[in-house]
Design a protein around this ligand. Structure first.
Ligand code: NAP
Length: 277
């Protein structure tokens, strides 16, 4: 099973499971829970959620899905920037833990940069770690300058990841942010890895995938997994899709396919502002 090394020396699955928009519709709840569980069994044992998703409903669903399975899962959640004050972060984490039915998170991320100084959020994150409520902390949606500023704060260089929008159609980070993170040995967690399913309608990608006996989702995910320091977190609330996605872990893309993808989706030729969804 392909894994990615965190700065702490711990290894996590190179493919996890996103949960945005999960837990919001009662009629799909059972299938979503079954999908998350099947994903864990297939090795997608990192689950990404956030207090923002369904205003806590996604965390509740994840809590139900991992009940009895907690030690098999690397659990990630995120604090809203407006909650990321010293006291606010502690309180938000407590609420997330309650909804998730656990007493610790494996990784807690600042969802994006708000108006609270990084130093204040970091104090809270370090405190949560000392209390055993989180094992690691990280950030999301920080562009290069923000990332450099965060890492320059006390304990900021202990950041475990930067979770970023990264897929075949969003390659902007390859210009400067990704190389910088690589230099610092900070792995990237690639969100919306299939561009919220829009990539699945890309005619050239679909044609390429068919020629190689793969699906467009598998090619999009395989492209990310060709890197040693990228964790892809596709979201799927359908068991058949989870199976299809997980199959990529055992089937790395050939150099020929990767070269074809560079032709269809060229890397950036200049600096671009960080994109977010
Ligand atoms: P995504 O994973 O790129 O795409 C999800 C969509 O693709 C869903 O509609 C899903 O539908 C469909 N899908 C998945 N696998 C499929 C397959 N094999 N065949 C066909 N359709 C498939 O988009 P995302 O949910 O935005 O991103 C993934 C996760 O990243 C999120 O869930 C969230 O945890 C995280 N995220 C973080 C941020 C941030 O700011 N940090 C922002 C966005 C997302 P089905 O459910 O029907 O399979």
């Amino acid at each position: 099973m392909k894994t990615v090394l965190l700065p702490s020396g711990e290894r996590v699955s190179a493919m996890g499971q996103g949960t945005w928009f999960m837990g919001e519709d009662a009629s799909s709840r059972a299938e979503e829970i079954a999908s998350l569980r099947e994903g864990i069994e297939l090795g997608l044992a990192l689950i990404d959620t956030a207090e923002m998703y369904g205003e806590g409903e996604s965390e509740k669903l994840v809590g139900q899905a991992i009940a009895g399975w907690r030690d098999q899962v690397f659990l990630v959640s995120k604090v809203y920037p407006h909650n990321a004050t010293r006291k606010g972060t502690l309180a938000a984490c407590e609420r997330s833990l309650r909804r998730l039915g656990t007493d610790y998170l494996d990784l807690y991320l600042l969802h994006w940069r708000g108006s609270v100084p990084f130093a204040e959020t970091l104090e809270a994150l370090v405190e949560l770690r000392a209390m055993g409520k989180i094992r690691h902390f990280g950030v999301s949606n920080l562009d290069l300058e923000d990332m450099q500023e965060f890492c320059a704060e006390t304990a900021g260089n202990q950041v475990a990841t930067n979770q970023l929008l990264y897929n075949l159609t969003r390659r902007g980070i390859e210009w400067d942010l990704l190389p910088w993170c690589r230099q610092q040995r900070i792995p990237i967690m690639a969100y919306s890895p299939i561009e919220q399913a829009r990539l699945l309608r890309h005619p050239k990608l679909v044609a390429l995938a068919q020629r190689h006996g793969l699906t467009a989702a598998q090619v999009a995910l395989g492209w990310l997994l060709a890197n040693d320091d990228i964790i892809a977190i596709p979201k799927s609330g359908k068991r058949s899709h989870v199976r299809e996605n997980a199959a990529v872990l055992a089937r790395p893309l050939s150099a020929e396919i990767l070269a074809e993808l560079d032709q269809i989706f060229p890397p950036p030729q200049s600096s671009r502002p960080l994109e977010m969804l």
